[in-house]
Design a protein around this ligand. Structure first.
Ligand code: GDP
Length: 305
């Protein structure tokens, strides 16, 4: 997966390069080795608890396997990274859910302004369109200036219709109209963009709840996915946001964007370990094709390239 390796270049320069340098320099596997490794993991935004857990497990495993050489230790750490990720779920739950008998499948995108919701929706609309699926977009971010136009531009580019409301329209009314239309047109997917004003958390959470209720009024089993979009380059801040949203909105998974521009790729593990939520998609650039399914093994191995 070339896109992965290319997209993660910066992460590799940061997290991966630091890991590589660390492994190139170490002489003996002693307590200092594990202390230094733990420090490196913390600096890469893996999170304190995760770093500690990973180091402890690596210490036991290295002893058990009597791993001493560089390559043996690298293998153990790659395996540990994948295990740590998989421990909180399995690779199956990383996949986006699609229920063919349950049309339209509604995907709700939430997250703070600038996280990459609109861009992710555009990219995903292209992916589904390329698969021959029918897609409808709902521009329910009526708050951020330019958000509706931005989604419309993606709709045009990809060739999928966008349902919009009047200026300052109630987001739930846009979602209602879009859901009705998606039902009528038997669309495979309805992708809903939402507002992400951070300044007024309570209003935002109420709004998201109202949107979820509105969808359920017409389609009791939807949304299929409620995805929290997080800017991966913000490191630990992304984790804090995830915890905030998780308290009030029932989430099914995460999208981590801007991993192409980040040296803080370790946050993927921190979020998975602390949130028990699967990372379903990663954003690796601004273009329509720069979206990939998350794969823990490619990710861990990619760190050492
Ligand atoms: P929203 O407010 O959550 O809808 O965020 P936008 O979709 O408008 O994205 C904010 C900015 O981040 C835009 O300039 C996007 O082009 C950019 N962006 C989104 N995803 C990615 C990504 O994966 N990589 C990079 N480099 N930029 C991204």
């Amino acid at each position: 997966t070339e896109l992965y390796e290319k997209g993660l270049e910066k992460t590799n320069k940061g997290f991966g390069a630091r890991l590589n340098k660390f492994f190139a320099q170490f002489r003996t596997v002693d307590e200092d080795f594990f202390d230094d490794l733990e420090e490196l993991l913390i600096e890469s935004d893996v999170g304190y608890e995760t770093a500690e857990e990973l180091t402890d497990e690596l210490r036991d495993e290295a002893k058990l396997k009597k791993a001493k050489s560089r390559d043996e230790l690298k293998q153990v750490i790659v395996q540990k990274l994948v295990d740590l990720y998989d421990k909180n779920g399995n690779s199956e739950d990383e996949k986006l859910i699609y229920r063919p008998d349950d049309k339209p499948n509604v995907y709700l995108f939430v997250g703070v302004n600038g996280a990459g919701k609109t861009t992710t929706i555009g990219k995903l609309a292209k992916r589904f369109k390329d698969q021959g699926k029918s897609v409808l977009l709902a521009a329910a971010d009526t708050f951020r200036v330019g958000a509706v136009e931005q989604l419309e531009a993606w709709g045009k580019r990809v060739g999928v219709p966008v349902v919009t409301g009047k200026a300052q329209a109630d987001p739930a009314s846009v979602v209602y109209d879009a859901t009705q239309r998606a039902i009528k047109e038997k669309a495979d997917y309805l992708l809903v963009d939402t507002a992400g004003r951070l300044q007024n958390k309570k209003n935002l959470m109420n709004e998201l709840e109202k949107i979820q209720r509105t969808i359920k009024k017409l389609l009791p089993d939807q949304p299929t996915e409620t995805l929290l979009v997080l800017d991966g380059s913000t490191g630990q801040n992304a984790l804090l946001q995830a915890k905030d949203f998780d308290k009030t909105t029932k989430l099914t998974g995460l999208v981590l964007t801007k991993l192409d521009g980040s040296s803080k790729g370790g946050v993927v593990l921190a979020i998975r370990n602390e949130m028990k939520l699967p990372v379903k998609l990663v954003g690796l650039g601004e273009k329509a094709g720069d979206l990939a399914d998350f794969d823990a093994a490619s990710y861990a191995i990619g760190l050492f390239h």
